[in-house]
Design a protein around this ligand. Structure first.
Ligand code: DAH
Length: 341
């Protein structure tokens, strides 16, 4: 029996030592220490020993059991530690791998055009103003000499917030003329770019939201000649030296006289082609001498001061500048489109 116990001990310890997985280890535990295990089987024969041998053999058996249990636990722990090590290795994050670069956008061609326009006017001593898109009808219409009943105030054209038609999304940047007159010292030289809103269906040339740049000069002895000279200079800087312009009479409630300025078609040089719809000229902006009533309503004496103003569509300017055919491309902001400019 002594030999049996010694054999179990050495065999079991050797087996534990070479075990590779927790399930293998568990199988060995059952094999040696289980109820039907080898050690139990030997202990069951204890009764057959002469009584005087039983204590010594009992002690030996306990020592073997203790040794096996100790080896079992140690091996178990070692396997666990190895498994953890393995997992950590597998799940290790390589912090030196270069990151995925986030996609960045691209400057919008319309803002490139706006930057050019700002640059030109700042160079001539103008200040750039920003103003509210939610505007009072007083500023958008009344103080611009478009009184009650003026067709542009119609609900079919304008986004109002209240049933009395007093608060609205501005339909033009011209209210910035009034805001400048009310708050700035004379003389005034400003441009005011920004969004404007009208109830238009979206198509290749229309959008319910678009951008304008307003411009205004008020000083003593300002004339139509200053307006023409300034705008001609701007057009030459935007579209190249020698670009021809023409001024046509027009009507705006806040200017008198009023005009529209056309540029000669860059495509055909004035002969007439599809781009200019056979006209030879492309309409660029509205302008005029500020109506004396408008000056007066904002507290400026029209007998001492005079001024001119203009309003230019920014999308159109950018489309012409970068030869973009459809207005919707300007608003879709597809990076593949934007990256071309
Ligand atoms: N506000 C006008 C429009 O939206 C454009 C305009 C015309 C602005 C003449 C002006 C101007 O300042 O003098 O159609």
């Amino acid at each position: 029996m002594k030999e049996q116990l010694a054999k179990i001990r050495s065999e079991a310890l050797a087996a534990f030592a070479s075990v590779k997985t927790p399930s293998e280890l568990d199988a060995l535990r059952v094999q040696y220490l289980g109820k039907k295990g080898e050690l139990t089987a030997v202990l069951k024969q204890m009764g057959k020993l002469p009584p005087e041998e039983r204590p010594a053999m009992g002690q030996l058996a306990n020592e073997v059991r203790a040794a096996l249990e100790e080896a079992l636990e140690r091996t178990g722990k070692a396997l666990e530690a190895a498994a953890l090590e393995e997992r950590l290795k597998k799940e290790a994050v390589d912090v030196t791998v270069p990151g995925r670069a986030p996609k960045i956008g691209h400057r919008h061609p319309m803002y490139t055009a706006l930057d050019e326009i700002k640059e030109i006017f700042i160079g001539m001593g103008f200040t750039v103003l920003d103003g509210p898109e939610v505007e009072l009808a007083t500023y958008n219409f009344d103080k611009l000499n478009a009184g009650e009943g003026h067709p542009s105030r119609d609900w079919s054209d304008t986004f109002y917030f209240d049933k009395d038609s007093r608060v609205m999304l501005r339909s033009q940047t011209s209210p910035m003329q009034v805001r400048a007159m009310e708050t700035m010292e004379l003389p005034i030289r400003i441009i005011a770019p920004g969004r404007v809103y009208r109830k238009d269906e979206v198509d290749a040339t229309h959008s319910p939201m678009f951008h304008q740049v307003e411009g205004m000069v008020i000083d003593k002895n300002v004339t139509m000649a200053d307006l023409k000279g300034t705008l001609n200079t701007v057009v030459e800087q935007l579209y190249g030296k020698g670009t021809k312009t023409r001024f046509r009479p027009h009507h705006f409630p806040f200017t008198e006289p009023s005009c529209e300025m056309d540029v000669q078609c860059h495509k055909c040089g004035g002969v007439g082609c599809p781009t200019c719809k056979g006209e030879g000229w492309i309409e660029l902006l509205g302008a005029g001498m500020i109506h004396p009533k408008v000056l007066e309503m904002s507290g400026i004496d029209p007998n001492v001061y005079s001024g001119w103003a203009f309003g230019i569509g920014l999308e159109r300017t950018a489309m012409r500048r970068f030869k973009i055919a459809d207005l919707r491309l300007i608003f879709e902001n597809d990076v593949r489109f934007l990256e071309q400019f």
